[in-house]
Write a protein that binds this ligand. Sequence first.
Ligand SMILES: Nc1ncnc2c1ncn2[C@@H]1O[C@H](COP(=O)(O)OP(=O)(O)O)[C@@H](O)[C@H]1O
Ligand SMILES: [Mg+2]
Length: 297
Amino acid sequence: MRLGLGGRNGAHRGGGEPEAPQEEPWGPPPVIEVRSLRKTYGHGDATVRALGGPPDPVTGESPGVDLLVEQGDMVAVMGSSGSGKSTLMNILGCLDVPTSGRYLLDGIDVGGLDEHQLSLVRNRKIGFVFQSFNLVPRTPALAQVELPLAYAGVRTAERRRRALAALALVGLADRVDHRPNELSGGQQQRVAVARALVTAPAMLLADEPTGNLDSHSTEEVLSIVDRLNASGRTVVLITHEDEVARHAKRVIRLVDGQVVADVRQAPVEGPPPALRDPGIFAAHSPQALSASGGGAL
Ligand SMILES: Nc1ncnc2c1ncn2[C@@H]1O[C@H](COP(=O)(O)OP(=O)(O)O)[C@@H](O)[C@H]1O
Ligand SMILES: [Mg+2]
C-alpha cells in the first residue's frame, strides 16, 4: 500500500530504536507533489489570480492549490475556460514558475532549479502533448520522435531503435517517413504521443490533446494513452470534455484557480476505466489499433 505525504514525511516508526537505513518502505515518491501553489499575473488593480483562489478576507492569503499525484495514476484536470488549467499545466510542466508555493516533481524540488536544470528536468521527466500537436514542419515522423533523444545525448542507432519502437506503439510503424502534412490530425497527434513517451518520462502531460481531433481520432489517441497508463505511465491530461475525462482514473475540477472536486473513478493500481470496463467503452473504441503492436516502453 502507498501512503500520501503524511506517511512519507511524518510517520513514526516507534520502538525507540535508532533508525536503520531501509529500502523506501513507503514506495516511490509521488510524481507530483504541490503545496499552496499560487500564480498571479500583473500587479495592483490589474492583478489576475490565475491559480490559488481568491484571498481570504481576514488574512489576505489565497488558499493555494495542493495536489498529490501518485505513480501510475491517470488524472484529468477539468474546468471551464479561464479556470487556470493551462496555468497549472505550465507550472507542472516546468514551463513557468509559480508566484508562491512548492512543487516536487518525482521527488525533485523544482523551485530551486535554474533555467538549464529545468530544461533537463523537462527533457527527462516530462512528455508533453499539446492540442496543436507542435510537430516540426516538413520533418519525417521518425526524426520528430528522435529529437528529444538527440537532446538527451542518446546515440544515433539507439535513438532510431527507440523512436521506431515508440512509433510502433502508437500504431504508426508504417508511417515513419511521413511528414506532418502527409498525416491526418489523429496520426499527427500519435506522432506527438510517440515523441512524448520515447524518453520514458515520469509523466505524460497533455493539454487538451484531443481538442483538434474528430471523435474517431480522439478515441484512437485516448486508447493509446489508456494502454500507456496500463503499462505504468503516469498521465495528467487537461481537458474540458467529459468524453476524455471518463478515461481517467481520477478527475479534478478547477474553478477560479481552485480545486473544487477530486473524484476517483478507478484505483491507481490496475488498468484505467476503458480497459477495466471495456463493455462501457466498446461502442466508441476503434478496432484499428488492436493490431498495431502493444509492446511496452
Ligand atoms: N500571461 C497571462 N497574463 C495575464 N493573465 C493571464 C495570463 N495567462 C492566463 N491569464 C489569466 O489567468 C486565468 C487562467 O487562465 P488559464 O490558465 O489559461 O485558464 P484555462 O486554461 O483554464 O482556460 C484567466 O483569467 C486568464 O485570463
Ligand atoms: Mg487553457
